[in-house]
Design a protein around this ligand. Structure first.
Ligand code: AMP
Length: 214
């Protein structure tokens, strides 16, 4: 299974990628999680990335392409991968095609999660994450709140700095101008599975599996 999860910020890429990853034992590669881990570890790259992320902007292509090349060339993804949050620009998409060609990988499916902007703003306003593991929860459904304890590991629940409404609007603008056009590149080059990302996590999970035929 080799998948690229595509869609707006807050569209459910992370949640759905994690579910599939757990069910099929395929590595989940989230560039956002990797950047947050780099910041948590105190690295210089992580500190620079955090400033960019908090402003709702994209981290430069050369940094992201370097990160993803290293992961895809490692043995842990030899049986498959689920990319979440990469590529986000045409430049990244083209670089990814080059990396996959070098690795003789051609069977990649793009799962395009479709969710409209109003729904995204509502969702991200209610999204909280475990500070320790990054596990995602929703204040609407999970009866948890910022400052509470993660039901899985006891870690502190926080709102991501980039989930504040003003930053979400910035991220959506960038998604529409820079990331979304990338789908045309994939439509021209390979398999795109369109999935309606509105609905419960379970309903969308079932729709994703149907779309990719598992
Ligand atoms: P995410 O967790 O996927 O929503 O990513 C959070 C933030 O990390 C994004 O808003 C960007 O600032 C940064 N980021 C993650 N992946 C990429 C990427 N492929 N290219 C540029 N920036 C990225």
């Amino acid at each position: 299974m080799r998948l690229i999860f595509f869609g707006p910020p807050g569209g459910g890429k992370g949640t759905q990628a994690k579910l599939l990853s757990e069910e099929f034992k395929i590595p989940h590669i989230s560039t956002g999680d990797m950047l947050r881990a780099a910041f948590a570890s105190g690295s210089e790259m992580g500190k620079k990335a955090k400033v960019i992320m908090d402003a709702g902007h994209l981290v430069p292509d050369d940094v992201m392409i370097g990160i993803i090349r290293e992961v895809l060339e490692s043995p842990k993804v030899s049986t498959g991968f689920i990319l979440d949050g990469f590529p986000r620009t045409l430049e990244q998409g083209k670089a990814l095609s080059g990396i996959l060609d070098d690795l003789h990988i051609s069977d990649v499916t793009v799962v395009n999660l479709d969710v409209d902007d109003d729904e995204i703003i509502h969702r991200l306003n209610n999204r909280i994450v475990c500070e320790k593991t990054g596990r995602i929860f929703n204040t609407d459904f999970d009866q948890l709140k910022v400052g509470g304890a993660c039901p899985e590991c006891g870690g502190r629940l926080i709102q991501r700095d980039d989930d504040k409404e003003e930053t979400v609007r910035k991220r959506l603008t960038i998604y529409h101008s820079t990331t979304k056009p990338l789908i045309d590149y994939y439509k021209a080059h390979g398999v795109v599975a369109n999935v309606n990302g509105t609905g419960s996590i379970f309903v969308v999970h079932k729709a994703v599996k149907k779309a990719i035929g598992v």
